[in-house]
Design a protein around this ligand. Structure first.
Ligand SMILES: [Zn+2]
Length: 135
């Protein structure tokens, strides 16, 4: 089981270490290097429809899962209690870690007009997921 360390920072540093989640409360975002080791940087903004950080004073958890569909590795994992928990990769209409309540949030959000602010890839991804679950 891989451990994800965490550091609370004001600004995300330029050089981020593998295996550490840098958390900026001020900017409501966290950054880490993809847990597969490919070196890609994963940005997880905190918002009502993006990620949520759970900090219990010792370990951190991020919800929902992290799906790096935009990277070559296409890795997919949860960070729970500072541990990296791997999920199945998304392939051929299969979502291993989908959560319906999250899906509903996304669905409500992306059918409203405020969706334009969100990253296109994420939007594309969620619209696919929503389509999948609706069928
Ligand atoms: Zn990767």
């Amino acid at each position: 089981m891989k451990i994800m360390q965490h550091k609370f920072v004001e600004y995300i540093p330029e050089d981020i270490e593998q295996g550490t989640l840098y958390i900026s409360m001020q900017y409501a975002t966290a950054v880490h290097k993809c847990s597969c080791g490919c070196g890609e940087e994963v940005v997880t903004p905190f918002s009502p429809t993006d990620w949520k950080l759970l900090f219990d004073g010792d370990s951190i958890s991020l919800n929902p899962s992290i799906g790096n569909w935009g990277f070559a590795c296409k890795s997919h994992y949860f960070i729970k209690n500072s541990q990296v928990i791997w999920c199945k990769q998304w392939s051929n209409q299969q979502i291993a870690c989908g959560k319906k309540h999250d899906l509903k949030n996304k669905s409500d959000y992306y059918t409203s007009n405020s969706a334009t602010e969100s990253p296109k890839l994420l939007k594309k991804f969620w619209s696919k997921v929503i389509t999948f679950f609706k069928e």
